[in-house]
Design a protein around this ligand. Structure first.
Ligand code: DG2
Length: 250
């Protein structure tokens, strides 16, 4: 029987999702469609009777703005919002900024699939003097450079997300709070991989659509018992396939 519930949400479509560019830690805005998607997630949650006590987001604008737009619909701007770098998107290294289709045309679809979806092969790393290295961004000034990524495989992302999951998110849930987590395709895949103990092979096939609430239910021992998206199955499938197809040639 379900005792605890948590809602996971990827941000709405960003400007770089729309342009089909590898984003990672680059701080981009939501597209107009992304704002609509965020509002629509808020409406869906409201219609289904969801209410929250605390919200966790990354420190990236697209996740925070998704919450703000959702909160307009849900009327929950008063909630505490904890923003943490550990929920950031996987760092995409030297791929950040490149177009995914063009990268597939240049390096092949197989290579792009490995970079996007393999568990432990990271994209090429950035040099420390590259402006895309997080050490140049004031929001990470409290961290020494050795704690900041120059690239990340999904396995690296898991290693930095899960401490936050157990130190902050899970204790809130166990304390009886209704928790919403607004994050990213791969930081959420990291949570899914860990919680459901998904194999390195199977995680390749898991794509998280933009701004569709993903509900996880747990029993009294915090064992996951069920998860589902709040969406029409056909529409959900379309959105998941769209994510998968971003790495294809034209
Ligand atoms: C996307 C995910 O992250 O891309 O970094 O490009 O969730 O912040 O839009 P998000 C990015 P893929 O791994 O699906 O290519």
């Amino acid at each position: 029987e379900a005792k605890y519930k948590i809602v996971l949400l990827r941000h709405g479509e960003s400007v770089w999702n729309k342009e089909n560019r590898f984003t990672g830690w680059k701080d981009v805005q939501l597209s107009p469609k992304g704002i609509e998607e965020a509002r629509s997630a808020g409406k869906t949650l409201k219609q289904n009777g969801y209410e929250f006590d605390v919200v966790y987001t990354s420190v990236l604008t697209r996740a925070i703005m998704t919450y703000n737009n959702l909160a307009d619909e849900l009327g929950c701007h008063h909630l505490p919002v904890i923003k943490h770098w550990r929920l950031n998107e996987r760092h995409y290294g030297a791929l950040q900024g490149l177009n995914k289709t063009e990268t597939a045309e240049k390096h092949g679809e197989e290579q792009v699939k490995i970079w996007r979806r393999s568990y432990s092969t990271p994209p090429p790393a950035l040099e420390l003097d590259d402006e895309r290295f997080p050490g140049h961004d004031k929001r990470y000034k409290h961290l020494p450079i050795q704690a900041l990524p120059r690239t990340e495989a999904l396995s690296d992302c898991v290693a930095r997300v899960i401490p936050f999951w157990y130190d902050q998110i899970v204790p809130s849930v166990l304390a009886g709070k209704n928790v919403l987590v607004v994050a990213h395709g791969n930081s959420l895949r990291s949570i899914v991989k860990h919680v459901d103990n998904v194999s390195e092979q199977d995680i390749i096939g898991i794509n998280i659509p933009t701004s569709v609430p993903l509900i996880y239910e747990f029993d009294a021992n915090f064992k996951p018992i069920r998860n589902y998206y709040l969406a029409d199955p056909e529409e959900l499938k379309k959105k998941q396939e769209a994510v998968q197809n971003q790495g294809k040639k034209k």
